[in-house]
Write a protein that binds this ligand. Sequence first.
Ligand SMILES: Nc1ncnc2c1ncn2[C@@H]1O[C@H](COP(=O)(O)OP(=O)(O)OP(=O)(O)O)[C@@H](O)[C@H]1O
Length: 229
Amino acid sequence: MALEVKSLTKEYTRGRKIFRAVNHVSFTVCRGDFVNIVGRSGSGKSTLINMLACLLTPTEGSIEIDGLNVGDLQDKAASAYRNSKIGYISQGQSTLASLNVLDNVRVPFYLSKREGSPEKEARFLLERTGISHLADTYPKHLSGGEVKRIAIARALINQPDYVIADEPTSDLDVRTAAEIMKLFKEIAETGTAVVMVTHDLEALEYGNRTFVMEEGRLTERTIDGSLVG
Ligand SMILES: Nc1ncnc2c1ncn2[C@@H]1O[C@H](COP(=O)(O)OP(=O)(O)OP(=O)(O)O)[C@@H](O)[C@H]1O
């Protein structure tokens, strides 16, 4: 079971010029991996993981998840696939204002049309993300970091095979960020793959692989910073 990226490329147009935000990127992530992607602002990290999360169509290249070429999926099929297999945490904030925290976390479960109510799982995730005391509160009364933690809990409610996260700890204090990293590490140890973009160098110690993005190119590094391969 793996996520396999081959020669993935995304071109954008700026002015009259076409440039490659992601430039022929190839790598494989196995279940159980906890991958961190670091790199300077504008290097192409979000573009890359938005393609992995089936939110952005590549210009070139392929993404195979557990043998399925997800680039071939149409919009509706891509959403259904994402909802069942991928837990996605975006850089921006995305809550439903009319639902309280508990229900915001449960939304993907209902979208997956499964039977039952994941109240126990949702409450467990609220506990692990440190917002259980806010279960009945509505998003407009929350801080940016609390809203971020709703997004993290929500991404995990369907027990996804792959967690794809864009700077999940960006609005969090050091202690809360460490708690989230511990949670991700535990999830990876149970066989979920975590692919995370971060600017937080302390997060790197929780992962088992680190990639560096530079002007659309991705390279893997060892702990001491040297190139892999
Ligand atoms: N829709 C778009 N149209 C044109 N250019 C874009 C578009 N989205 C992103 N870009 C450009 O592509 C490049 C990569 O952007 P991306 O958001 O992937 O970078 P990033 O590494 O995630 O940056 P940051 O760390 O600041 O979030 C940037 O130069 C950006 O301006």
